[in-house]
Design a protein around this ligand. Sequence first.
Ligand code: FES
Ligand code: FES
Length: 163
Amino acid sequence: MNPTVDITLTVNGKSVRRAVEPRQNLVDFLRDELDLTGSHVGCEHGVCGACTVRVDGRLVRGCLLLAVQADGCPVETIEGASERGELAALQRAFREENALQCGFCTPGFLMTVVAFLRDTPAPSDDEIRRGLAGNLCRCTGYQNIVRAVRRASELMGARNPPA
Ligand code: FES
Ligand code: FES
């Protein structure tokens, strides 16, 4: 039997205690131990952004952080962001602008965009592209995602729609 380490963390506002293998990464822990499967696993090397979650209020790649490194921290996933209503405008904008196809990348994008629009409420297209550069999408060609972020910024009242 592999050795385990006890960890306690707060996931989407709920306290969680588990014994984990020291090498288990955070996204596998969230998916396999807590059934929070909204965070996806793509490259497992910190490149694609599909596993993006928030730890201590900062965006991290869940595949690059060990679950034991999140011990004692608040962790927020796409499920928590959705329950808190953080995604309403974004989801509408992604639908309206047809910004997803297979949807594999979408949870990671949404987590990144929420944080991005908090810091940059009315971004230019260049700023959007720079802000999302760490998230990869193999389907959309990105143009619709950029439009969706612009649209979300309008829906959130930070900018006016084009006349
Ligand atoms: S699965 Fe973590 S960055 Fe790709
Ligand atoms: S919509 Fe398929 S990877 Fe982005």
